[in-house]
Design a protein around this ligand. Sequence first.
Ligand code: ADP
Length: 599
Amino acid sequence: MRLIETARSARRTVVVLAAMLALLLAAIGFGPSAGAAEDTRPVVRVGVLAYRGAEVAAANWAPTFAHLSKTLPQYRFEMVTGSTAFLTAAVAANRLNFLITNPGHFLELRIDYAATALATEQDMNGSYSDESVGATILVPADLADVQIVTDLRKRRIAAVARDAFGFRAAWLELLERGVDPFRQTDLLFVGYPVEGVIDALRSGRAEAGIVRSCLLEQLIADGTARPDEFRVIGRKPSGTLPCQVSTRLYPGWPFVKVAQTAPALAAEIARALLVMQPAGGEVVWTDPVDYRLVQDLYRGLKVGPYALFTPLGLRDFLWEHRWWGMVAATIAAWWIFHVFRVAHLLRRRTRELQRAHEQARVKGERMEHTVRLSLMGEMASSLAHEINQPLAAILSYARGCERRLDAGIDPEGVLEGVRRIAVQAERAGSIVKRMRDFVRKHPSQQLPLDPSRVFADAIDLFEPTARGRDVRLEVDIPSTLPRVMADRLQIEEVVLNLLQNATEAVSGVADARIAVKAEAMDHVVRLSVTDNGSGVAPGAIDLLFEAFFTTKPEGLGLGLSLSRTIVEAHGGRLDVDIDTPGATTFWFQLPLIEEIARV
Ligand code: ADP
């Protein structure tokens, strides 16, 4: 056996040297097909996966290239060696016509670049073409405590790369025996060439190594490894393949056609490959086999073209997107905080506003009451005088009755006297009642009412004051007016304010007159109070309705501003008209009920 291996290795060395010589001669112009003229034959570029480095790849595939060059001399074949990534990039850039690569890489190219297999390698050692590639798990022979696959847990395992076909074949095998290499072992990827795995084992950097099937046998045959140096873990039946393997066997390497390559050329190559005889090398080509087993491997591992279709579990998904998740969670937390804060501020502001509103209302009511008291103060002496009259009458009727009773005569006259006393007492009582009503505090309440009655009541209350000051009141109020929605006492207060101001304006004027006129106009009832007094002081016109503006030494400056607030709260308007010389008219208007209902 040792002899056979040595002979084989020597033969391979000769083939390699021959191929290199042929390439060298071709390069310097002594090649058989190269004449003095430039070589104008079309170039056929064939990529070759060099998992053991460019030199070994060139040696391995030299017989195939020699055969193709001989059978199809009209083409110049060029070998392009490289890793899977390099070759994929070359295919993507359309720089290759064919490839010789491992089944896994072919599967990716088939799915991503519509590549097809023209032929499958068949090792002339006797293996079947569909059972010729697998992986072998090696440990140093003296590592006694690793005997079976499960002993690999927590061990440092060297492999070429995570996308190497051999590693993937072993990965599935480990998984099926309950060992997840990525979670339960310590993986060390050494990169191409595969001999790096052997170096890692020898240097002690790894306790186990995953290599392509038959590598161990090749190394032993080459004399680069001792037969007793390594032990194979998890051996599986290898069929006709004369190598120890730790995984199931997959089809051999395919000769791959790239999608863009002309079918005619592909057919020529396929024909040439199938008639190739083993001329010193061990590899020949057969019809392409079914690569579904490789597809199952990749699908099972969810790698290569199937990586995208991996349904992620919720945990994996969350872990994968944890940074975005944290950003989103921070934004959401900030947003929720912001919403709550805004809601809280809104509630607080609303409460503050309600409180301020309530305070303003109470202040307004107080002010209104103050103005009423002040008005009543102004009218008090005339009203006292007004009450005096019925009281004096009562007194004189009472005396008359007394006299008649003393004289014992005229019971009819006494009766009449008593009746008159009652009338006068009622008159005095009604004056007092109206005064009390006017100054009493009451909540604002707007009701439907006839404004002519309210105006007349206010004028009645004011009449004694006007009389006491020698002011002639000219009243023009219709007995009924369209109804308005109003607070009786507030409107009375507005009328009394205007009358009081007018009386003060005409004080000292010879023929003092105040004309009060009420009328129904378009959609409103309007009351105007016109006096022939001194008129509005120059420069005061813009300030009249400001609170606390007064030109009177003892004035409050609240009457007009308050009256305007009241009228506006009724949906009306209060203003002054000074256009007519010698006459100042303050007027206000209130909307009719029908008008309010229409709005
Ligand atoms: P007060 O009567 O206490 O001064 P008002 O707000 O009622 O407060 O009036 C403000 C000012 O408007 C008065 O001081 C006065 O100068 C002016 N005014 C009001 N009514 C008249 C009027 N009929 N004629 C002229 N000026 C007036």
